[in-house]
Design a protein around this ligand. Structure first.
Ligand SMILES: [Mg+2]
Length: 256
């Protein structure tokens, strides 16, 4: 095996559980930060800006800056930039998505006519927003969704995720979106570009088999499962494709 030269980390269930930090992960990332070892947080969350993600981590004791954050909103903007620079975009989403698109120079329109329709989690979604998105897709816009998460964990329990909101447009237009977030492999390439490493050199660390571990497997990089979130070791062992490594917590993990 090649020596590890960088890490990609999931957030919820890996770095923290809701509002409580997972200390082993906090300590591990702080050790990486202290030695200048490359790493990136890779999150499906498209509603937060990298600054907001970094602020949340800092409040939990992780010494991190926004340059270490890749959200699915940022990845969506970079993906469209490669496909169609200067595209006009109709978006359903929150500030994290709008800022990510505008930062890459895209024109975000209020009209139901665009080159792309992009859907990210929007907690102020309305019928009119869905109507415009549907009309734009029917008029030929490419349909992109930041992630397919069907539910998101909150203090109130599991609430509709972006995949659930996206499904309204899928059903009504009979068009399937192109998904950017984990477990799709798009963000592997973007993450590697951002930290300047190759597939052989990085490891994806996460708690969720369906998103994090499959993201790594689909993207052709090594994976490290931590037992601090949704899936335990018994569930992992039942899967056909196993993560490369498994630990109880990052306290057990020493990297080369
Ligand atoms: Mg997670």
């Amino acid at each position: 095996m090649n020596p590890i030269k960088g890490y990609l980390f999931d957030l919820d269930g890996t770095m923290y559980a809701g509002t409580a930090p997972i200390q082993a992960a906090v300590d591990f990332v702080n050790r990486l930060e202290a030695t200048g070892f490359p790493y990136l947080f890779v999150t499906n969350n498209a509603s937060m800006t990298p600054e907001q993600v970094a602020d949340k981590l800092v409040s939990m004791g992780v010494h991190v800056t926004p340059e270490h954050v890749l959200t699915s909103a940022m990845a969506t903007a970079r993906y469209i930039e490669k496909m169609t620079p200067g595209a006009t975009i109709y978006m359903i989403g929150e500030d994290g998505l709008r800022l990510a698109l505008e930062e890459r120079g895209f024109h975000v329109t209020e009209e139901a006519k665009a080159d792309y329709v992009v859907v990210g989690l929007d907690r102020h979604i309305t019928y009119e927003k869905l109507a415009k998105g549907a009309l734009a897709i029917r008029s030929g816009a490419r349909f992109i969704s930041t992630n397919g998460d069907i539910a998101i964990p909150t203090e109130r329990g599991f609430l509709p995720g972006n995949g659930a909101l996206t499904s309204v447009l899928t059903v009504t237009t009979e068009k399937d979106p192109f998904f950017i977030g984990k477990p799709e492999p798009v963000m592997v390439d973007i993450a590697l570009e951002m930290i300047g490493l190759t597939k052989e050199e990085v490891v994806m660390v996460g708690d969720n088999y369906h998103t994090d571990i499959l993201f790594g497997i689909n993207g052709g990089i090594r994976t490290l499962h931590v037992n601090s979130g949704v899936h335990g070791p018994a569930f992992i062992q039942e899967q056909e494709k196993l993560p490369t490594y498994m630990v109880e917590s990052l306290d057990e993990w020493t990297h080369a």
